[in-house]
Design a protein around this ligand. Structure first.
Ligand code: KE4
Length: 428
C-alpha cells in the first residue's frame, strides 16, 4: 500500500498550515507515520489520495452516523444550497431543528445553535456563570470540552483542586476559577465544594470519549446530581460526542440523571458545522437577547448546516432502534478483536455505548484518566499502523473513541476482526 501522495501532500501542507493540519489530533503525532490525505468518502469507506480504501471507524470523529454521502442528507444540503448559503437572519430551518432536538432530549426545553462544540460549551459555561452569579466551575481530568481558555486546564500541584493552564497562551488568571475532579470519584467532587463556595456548574462528559471510551458509573452521576442540588450548582452534560451516538435521548435516558444544561454537536450537524446548547427554560431565558448573558455568531444556525442536521435527526426519528443495531455490531467488533488479542497473549479492555466503542491495551478496567494513561500506548500505535496497512482506519490516538455507522456492515466487522488476528500475530 503506497502512501507517497499523502507523504508529499503532508510536506507541502506543513509549509503553510501549522503541523500540516487544521486540528492537532489529525497529525498522527501519538501513533507516528504520515496522516492520510483523504480524497473522498463513500458509505462506510474512506479513500486516500493514493487510491487506498479503508473501512472508516472515525467518521469525522463522530458526526457521520449514516456514513459518507448519505443520500438523504446530501440531497437536503443540495436543496438548501439552491436557496442560498447564509442570510444572517432567522430561518424556519432553525426552528425545525430546534423542535427535533427538544423532542429527543427531555432536559432541553430551549436550545441555541452555534458552529462548533467548543462554542457550545464555552457559551453554556458563560450562561451557567451568568445564571448563578458564580465564577468557579468543575471539570474532570480526562474529559475534553473543546479548546476555550477556562477548559484548557490540567491538575494543579499537590492536592489542590484548582487547575493550571494546560496550554501556553492561557493566562493562569483564566484558569483559577476552574477546579479539577477525578472521573467516577465523588469524593474528589466533594473536595471541590470544600475548596470553593462559588461553583456555578459542574461539566462532565456522561459518556467520556476523550480519554478513550470511559462511561461514568450510574451511581456516580446520581451522587453528582445530588451534590449539585445541595449547592444550587448547575450540572452540564457535555454530549457533543455522545449525543445521538451513545443514546438517542441523552445519557439522562439511560442513567435517570437529568442535567440542567446539555451541549451537543457532531451528529446534529450531519457532517456540517453545528454545535448547540440547551436546557431548562428559566436558564436559557438568561441568554441574549432575551436575557443579559451575551452570546452570538455570524454563521450560527446556518441554513445549509441546519438542513443537514434536520435530515440526520429525522432519519433517527424514523428509526428509533438504529443504535441498538449499531451497538450489536460494536459489541461484535470489540469482542472479536479482544479474542484475537487474547490468542496472542494481549489483554484488551473493551466497552461500547450505542454506536461508540473503545478499547485499551491494559491489564485492568479503565475507570478514569489515570487508569487510561497506564494503557500500552506503544502497542496501540503498532495496532493502529498495522490495521491501517490492512485497510482499516481507527482513531489515531488511544484517548479517542471508535464509531460504527449505519454504513458499517457486518461483513466489514468480520473483515476487521480477521485483519486484527494478522496484526496481533505480527505485533505481539
Ligand atoms: P469541536 O469544537 O471540536 O466541534 O467540539 C469540541 C468538543 C466538545 N466536547 C466534546 C465531548 C468533544 O468530544 C469535542 C470534540 N471532540 C474531538 C474528538 N475527541 C474533536 C476532534 C478534534 O479535536 O479534531
Amino acid at each position: 500500500m503506497s502512501t507517497e501522495a499523502s507523504k508529499k501532500a503532508f510536506q507541502e501542507a506543513q509549509e503553510l498550515i501549522p503541523g500540516g493540519v487544521d486540528s492537532p489530533v489529525r497529525a498522527f503525532s501519538s501513533v507516528g507515520g504520515t496522516p492520510l490525505f483523504i480524497e473522498k468518502g463513500e458509505g462506510g469507506y474512506l479513500f486516500d489520495i493514493d487510491g487506498n480504501k479503508y473501512v472508516d471507524y472515525v467518521q469525522s470523529w463522530g458526526p457521520l452516523l449514516f456514513g459518507h454521502r448519505d443520500e438523504t442528507i446530501e440531497n437536503a444540503v443540495i436543496d438548501a444550497v439552491k436557496h442560498g448559503l447564509s442570510f444572517g437572519a432567522p430561518t424556519l430551518a432553525e426552528t425545525q431543528l430546534a423542535k427535533l432536538v427538544t423532542q429527543f432530549f427531555d432536559s432541553i426545553e430551549k436550545v441555541r445553535f452555534v458552529s462548533s462544540g467548543t462554542e457550545a460549551v464555552m457559551s453554556a459555561i458563560r450562561l451557567a456563570r451568568g445564571f448563578t452569579g458564580r465564577d468557579d466551575i468543575v471539570k474532570f481530568t480526562g474529559c475534553y470540552h473543546g479548546h476555550s481558555d477556562s477548559l484548557l486546564v490540567q491538575a494543579g500541584s499537590g492536592a489542590a483542586t484548582f487547575g493550571n493552564p494546560s496550554s501556553p497562551g492561557v493566562p493562569a488568571d483564566f484558569t483559577k476559577h476552574t477546579l479539577l475532579a477525578e472521573y467516577n470519584n465523588i469524593e474528589s467532587v466533594k473536595q471541590c465544594f470544600v475548596d470553593s463556595k462559588d461553583i456555578a456548574c459542574v461539566i462532565i462528559e456522561p459518556i467520556a470519549g476523550n480519554m478513550g471510551l470511559v462511561p461514568a458509573d450510574k451511581e456516580f452521576l446520581h451522587q453528582l446530581r445530588q451534590l449539585c442540588d445541595e449547592h444550587n450548582t448547575l450540572l452540564i452534560f457535555d454530549e457533543v460526542m455522545s449525543g445521538f451516538r451513545g443514546s438517542l435521548h441523552g445519557a439522562e435516558s439511560i442513567t435517570g440523571v437529568k442535567p440542567d444544561l446539555v451541549t451537543l454537536g457532531k451528529v446534529i450537524g450531519g457532517g456540517m458545522p453545528v454545535g448547540a446548547f440547551g436546557g431548562r427554560r428559566e436558564i436559557m431565558a438568561y441568554l441574549s437577547p432575551e436575557g443579559p448573558v451575551y452570546q452570538a455568531g455570524t454563521l450560527s444556525g446556518n441554513p445549509v448546516a441546519m438542513a443537514a442536521g434536520y435530515a440526520a435527526l429525522t432519519k433517527l426519528k424514523q428509526n428509533a432502534k438504529v443504535l441498538d443495531v449499531l451497538n450489536a455490531r460494536a459489541v461484535r467488533l470489540v469482542k472479536g478483536m479482544q479474542a484475537a488479542a487474547k490468542e496472542e497473549g494481549i489483554t484488551m479492555q473493551i466497552d461500547t455505548r450505542g454506536s461508540m466503542f473503545g478499547f485499551f491495551f491494559n491489564e485492568k478496567p479503565v475507570k478514569n484518566f489515570q487508569d487510561a494513561t497506564e494503557s500500552d500506548a506503544e502497542l496501540f500505535a503498532k495496532f493502529h499502523a498495522g490495521m491501517l496497512s490492512e485497510g482499516f482506519y481507527f482513531a489515531c490516538s488511544l484517548y479517542e473513541t471508535g464509531f460504527i455507522s449505519t454504513a458499517t456492515t457486518d461483513a466489514m466487522i468480520e473483515e476487521t476482526i480477521e485483519a486484527s488476528k494478522r496484526v496481533f500475530k505480527a505485533i505481539s
